[in-house]
Design a protein around this ligand. Structure first.
Ligand code: NAD
Length: 678
């Protein structure tokens, strides 16, 4: 096998070049090649400086993730980088594209770093539940200071070359189209000077002078980091860089890295990494299926969902025509969209021009004919089969042949909606989540007759608008809401049996969800769908509505809310629930948090198993993708199906049986065979 690394001589400079498509991952052959390249430079007296650069679209973009969990093959990255840094001839990293993870660690081990202005650098390991493991956490703070290093290591977002230059991570920005030559010239300018090694730097002293920066960082980012092990390990490693000599700091990093690597969180997050990519693939559709060009989108309904859905396309530069029944609703809908964009601009995440650009792509209308030339129309009107069929019938008449007609329905049968058209092959579900301009998930619902090119187009389009897509078959509630209803059923039942409703919420919060079902009810409004007759009380929600407890907007729902929207459990509600339970003949008892947790989550896993068995999801990992992106299932557990695998399917079955809950044949079969979903 030829090496992905080659060397070139340019006068007295040896250029080591990696050509390992697609992203110059740091696999074994690359690591070995780098070590040999440095050895070549050191053994040749006529070489006075070294440049390391990459062919293709990027500098080393990270470790070879396919090597994770396999027996390591030398040289390891730390070994290769120590040899590189030890060189007494200056070594320059010449960066284009991204220098991420291991790639950034290569750059850190070089004596100098130059990059083109479009390059990005970062240490995103934390996003896979890890920290850098090739001394990145020790070299970086010594080069840029602990304060600048913290967000890079513990949050993991990449930074621009400009920012990297500002914090001292880069020595020079070079010409966008002139990297190779400029890097050689830079290397020549450093010949004869003592080489600066980042392992010997002292910028990390800032963390010693002001040890508070670590706690301040924790306090500022607490919400983002909640429940995750890796960010805390990252902070510890950066702190160690200030407190320990380099060699000991490296040992500490290795220790922390090892613990994370063998722990469940990183396994779960690596599972998710692959799951998200797999979810975008539809197994029975050839990759070369010709796609439908989506240049213009129509939206029916400018309510909560229609407006948010429209914003996705506008933000991606795709013109949208939005239709309502009445001018007033249309005006209200467009005003909300503008308000949302302006709020984003106020936070500095968009410029005023970008707001105008996006809104300039929007055409409000009351006329179906204005949708004639749309390539895709998404319906987001009331959740009623009759209304939806009426809309699809009209669309079928006016919208051009070959255009896709999609419904945002949460529960309704896409196959039945498709019968209202003469083009059922072009009908599918595009189920966005609220707020649709924010939530990442897009459930793509494949109807019985949905054509391959229509489905493939939807999957591709999801990426264009920054969504994470997963395919669901047609069943009530599709993947996400179908499983949610099992959890909600148990939540309602638990409080009737005597569980405190705040305990139910707290169990889910402790598990890692951002919110529990009763908090969610308060946020959305208890009165959604209420019949408005206080004398008719058949559910707890109706009982709350009857006394004006409509949720957060009324200052009280399940909870009482103060000015800052902090919740306090309400004695009135506890009594309402107890009275209701008594009326229903439910005896109340103390219920432990363990029972609550098992009864909320195990039935979801059971429903997930049924969804798989029925072929409503292509793979278990798609279900994980749905729940992590659409419902706040904690990423560090890998999603409901991966989590079930982690605790063992036999545990889930035993738990369901203990609580007298149904166990599907599929789940039982898998558990009995000692198998897992993933
Ligand atoms: P909404 O009441 O906020 O908005 C519906 C809009 O559709 C209203 O502005 C109404 O004037 C308009 N409309 C009704 N009939 C129409 C017609 N025949 N022609 C044109 N416009 C019409 O409702 P929503 O929350 O945006 O929900 C819309 C759809 O999205 C529903 O199918 C719902 O199940 C689904 N959905 C909602 C959520 C959510 O959290 N709200 C999440 C996912 C999916």
């Amino acid at each position: 096998m030829t090496s992905p690394i080659r060397t070139e001589r340019h006068d007295n400079v040896l250029v080591i070049i990696s050509d390992n498509p697609p992203v110059n991952a740091l696999g074994q052959a690359v690591r070995a090649g780098l070590t040999e390249g440095i050895a070549e430079a050191l053994s040749d007296d006529s070489v006075e400086a070294v440049v390391i650069r990459c062919d293709g679209r990027t500098f080393f973009a990270g470790a070879d993730i396919t090597e994770f969990g396999k027996p390591p093959q030398g040289p390891s990255l730390p070994e290769a980088l120590d040899k590189l840094e030890a060189s007494d001839k200056p070594v320059v990293a010449a960066i284009h594209g991204t220098a991420l993870g291991g790639g950034c660690e290569v750059a850190l081990a070089c004596h100098y770093r130059v990059a083109v202005p479009s390059a990005k650098m970062g240490l995103p390991e934390v996003k896979l539940g890890l920290i850098p493991g090739a001394a990145g956490t020790q070299r970086l703070p010594r080069l840029v200071g602990a304060e600048a290093a913290l967000p890079l290591v513990a949050i993991g977002n990449p930074i621009s070359a400009k920012k990297a230059k500002e914090i001292g991570l880069l020595d020079e920005l070079v010409g966008e189209d002139n990297l190779a030559a400029d890097a050689i010239a830079f290397a020549k300018s450093k010949i004869g000077q003592p080489v600066p090694r980042s392992s010997e730097g002292d910028a990390n002293q800032d963390g010693i002078k002001n040890p508070d920066i670590f706690d301040e960082f924790r306090a500022k980012n607490g919400r983002k980091m909640r429940g995750f092990d890796a960010p805390n390990a990252a902070i510890e490693a950066v702190k160690a860089a200030g407190e320990m000599p380099y060699a000991e700091g490296v040992k500490k990093e290795r220790e922390l890295f090892g613990k994370l690597m063998t722990g469940t969180q990183s396994k779960a997050m690596r599972h998710y990494f692959f799951a998200e990519r797999a979810a975008n693939k539809v197994d029975d559709i050839p990759a070369d299926t010709p796609l439908i060009d989506i240049k213009k989108v129509g939206i029916i309904g400018a309510g909560t969902m229609g407006g948010g859905i429209a914003m996705n396309f506008l933000s991606a530069g795709i013109p949208v025509t939005i239709l309502e029944m009445k001018q007033e609703a249309l005006d209200r809908g467009t005003a909300t969209m503008r308000k949302n964009y302006e709020a984003t601009a106020k936070k500095g995440r968009m410029t005023a021009e970008q707001v105008e650009q996006a809104m300039g792509l929007l055409t409000p209308t009351l006329e179906y004919n204005d949708l004639a030339d749309c390539d895709l129309v998404i319906e987001a009107v009331y959740e009623s089969m009759d209304v939806k069929k009426d809309v699809f019938g009209k669309l079928d008449e006016v919208v051009k042949d070959g255009a896709i007609l999609a419904s945002n329905t949460s529960y309704l049968d896409i196959n039945e909606i498709a019968t209202a058209t003469k083009r059922p092959g072009y009908v599918l579900g595009l189920h966005f989540f609220s707020p649709a301009n924010v939530m990442k998930l897009l459930e793509v619902v494949r109807g019985e007759k949905t054509r391959d090119d229509v489905l493939a187009t939807a999957m591709k389009l999801s990426k264009r608008i920054g969504k994470v897509a997963a395919v669901s078959g047609v069943c009530p509630g599709f993947i996400g809401n179908r499983m949610l209803s099992k959890r909600q059923e148990q939540a309602n039942q638990l409080i009737l049996e005597g569980a405190n409703y705040w305990d139910v919420d707290d169990v889910l919060l402790e598990f890692g969800f951002p919110m529990g079902p009763f908090q969610m009810g308060d946020l959305a409004g208890i009165d959604i769908g209420w019949h408005r007759d206080p004398s008719k009380v058949t559910t707890i929600r109706e009982a709350l509505c009857a006394v004006g407890r409509f949720g957060q907007k009324a200052g009280k729902g399940f909870y009482d809310y103060d000015e800052a929207r902090q919740r306090t459990p309400s004695d009135e509600v506890k009594q309402i629930i107890a009275d209701f339970a008594e009326k229903e003949g439910n005896e109340q008892r103390d219920i432990s948090k363990d029972e609550i947790c098992e009864r909320l989550l195990y039935p979801m896993v059971n429903e997930g198993a049924k969804i798989l068995d029925e072929g409503m999801a292509q793979r278990a990992s798609d279900i994980d993708v749905v729940w992590i992106n659409g419902y706040g299932w904690p990423l560090y557990t890998g999603g409901p199906m991966f989590w079930a695998d982690t605790i063992g399917l036999d545990t889930v079955v035993a738990g369901l049986e203990k609580h007298g809950l149904p166990v599907s044949d599929y789940l039982r079969k898998k558990a009995d065979a000692g198998e897992s979903f993933n």
